[in-house]
Design a protein around this ligand. Structure first.
Ligand SMILES: [Fe+2]
Length: 385
């Protein structure tokens, strides 16, 4: 009897223990699955974000924003805001494009949430005025608005605001909370890349100013060609990376003219054959200067070929057609356009229509016909003066 009682109790205890263990295991498994799904989300996000760090400001924020909230369903409105001191800017707005490009003011409240206002014509209108309980840092049951702060170096540098009609569940809130750390590192990396880019750009613009001092008739030419060539590259459907390279190569395309005597560069009459031979060396000099740096070697190649012609009668290599690097072919068209449009002391610049006619006449001979076609469209659509 005692043995039977003992055995029954042991079996009941063992079954209960197993049930408890099973429940615990199921709970652990659920937790593990939750973490693994979160981890997967971050892994996917980091892969996508890795490629956008070097993108231009507007594209970078738009992509960062879309990727960050991509896993959330039925988002009504969302804003990514960056702050510089008291004022900030909506750098990306989803579901409310009118808010884009507008200034935002941050008004601190004595709590962890701040109201965010749009500053429009000296009038403040709230785009987001979350009541205190809507922050991710406070009670999060049945919340339809999420606000998460982005800190860089201890300073509030941005906010991600998300609104939808249905409440956020705890999993989504957890993911968004963890995401703010992620956003911080990507925004910090982007700002570092941008500041590096700004330093390089300032250095190059200084060298361009020296060139313009040496050859005053090219004043503004390098910048014009860079702006227009990158616009044309965009219109041709090139990647962000290639658009950026087009801008830099176009900016420095005539850098080799620094070592051409100013008496030749500034000569008003016709050049002699010997003088023209000297001028023709500027792409080679430009290439030599730039290729001393490993980072600039690719740009050096584009600079080297910017006076090649589609028919192979250009210089310095006499390359023809698609053997000429695409970026050099783009620069060739825009360079000719800007030179024709600008006035010199000895001749007046051509009108828009006259210059377009020249480009079209030389399309397929001097210039890549596809690039000329796209360029003419760009000018005709009044996108460019
Ligand atoms: Fe040139």
């Amino acid at each position: 009897m005692t043995l039977h009682f003992f055995l029954t109790t042991a079996i009941i205890l063992s079954i209960s223990l197993n049930i408890i263990l099973l429940f615990r295991l199921r709970k652990k498994r659920k937790q593990l699955l939750k973490y693994s799904s979160q981890l997967q989300k971050f892994r996917d996000l980091s892969t996508k974000l890795r490629d956008i760090v070097v993108q231009r400001e507007e594209t970078f924020y738009k992509n960062l924003h879309e990727l960050s909230i991509g896993f959330l369903k039925n988002v009504k409105k969302s804003y990514l805001i960056t702050f510089d001191g008291e004022y900030g800017q909506v750098v990306s707005a989803l579901g409310d494009t009118s808010a884009k490009e507008k200034k935002v003011r941050k008004i601190d409240l004595p709590y962890s949430v701040e109201r965010v206002y749009l500053v429009e014509k000296d009038k403040l209108s709230a785009i987001f005025e979350p009541s205190l309980d809507t922050s991710v840092t406070s009670d999060t049951s049945s919340k339809k608005i999420l606000v998460t702060d982005i800190h860089i170096g201890g300073e509030l540098k941005g906010k991600l605001l998300i609104e939808r009609d249905e409440p956020f569940v705890s999993d989504e809130i957890d993911t968004i909370k963890s995401l703010s750390g992620f956003l911080t590192s990507f925004m910090a990396t982007h700002s570092y890349v941008t500041s590096q880019g700004k330093f390089q750009k300032d250095m190059i613009l200084t060298i361009i100013r020296i060139l313009e001092y040496h050859d005053p008739y090219t004043k503004g030419h390098s910048k014009n060609v860079a702006n227009l060539a990158s616009l044309l590259a965009e219109k041709l459907g090139l990647s962000d990376e290639l658009i950026r390279k087009t801008y830099w190569a176009a900016l420095v395309h005539d850098i080799g003219k620094i070592v051409i005597p100013s008496t030749i560069l500034n000569k008003e009459g016709k050049l002699t054959i010997e003088e023209f031979e000297i001028i023709k060396k500027h792409p080679v000099y430009g290439h030599d200067f730039l290729s001393t740096s490993a980072d600039l070697r690719e740009l050096a190649r584009y600079v080297y070929h910017h006076h090649e012609r589609w028919d192979g009668k250009g210089y310095p290599s006499g390359l023809s057609g698609e053997d000429i690097p695409l970026i050099s072919r783009i620069i060739a068209v825009v360079d000719a356009w800007d030179a024709m449009r600008s006035s010199r002391p000895y001749r007046k610049g051509l009108s828009k229509e006259e210059a377009l006619k020249e480009l079209i006449e030389h399309s397929g001979i001097q210039f890549d016909p596809n690039i000329v076609r796209t360029f003419v469209k760009l000018i005709r659509e009044h996108l460019v003066d």
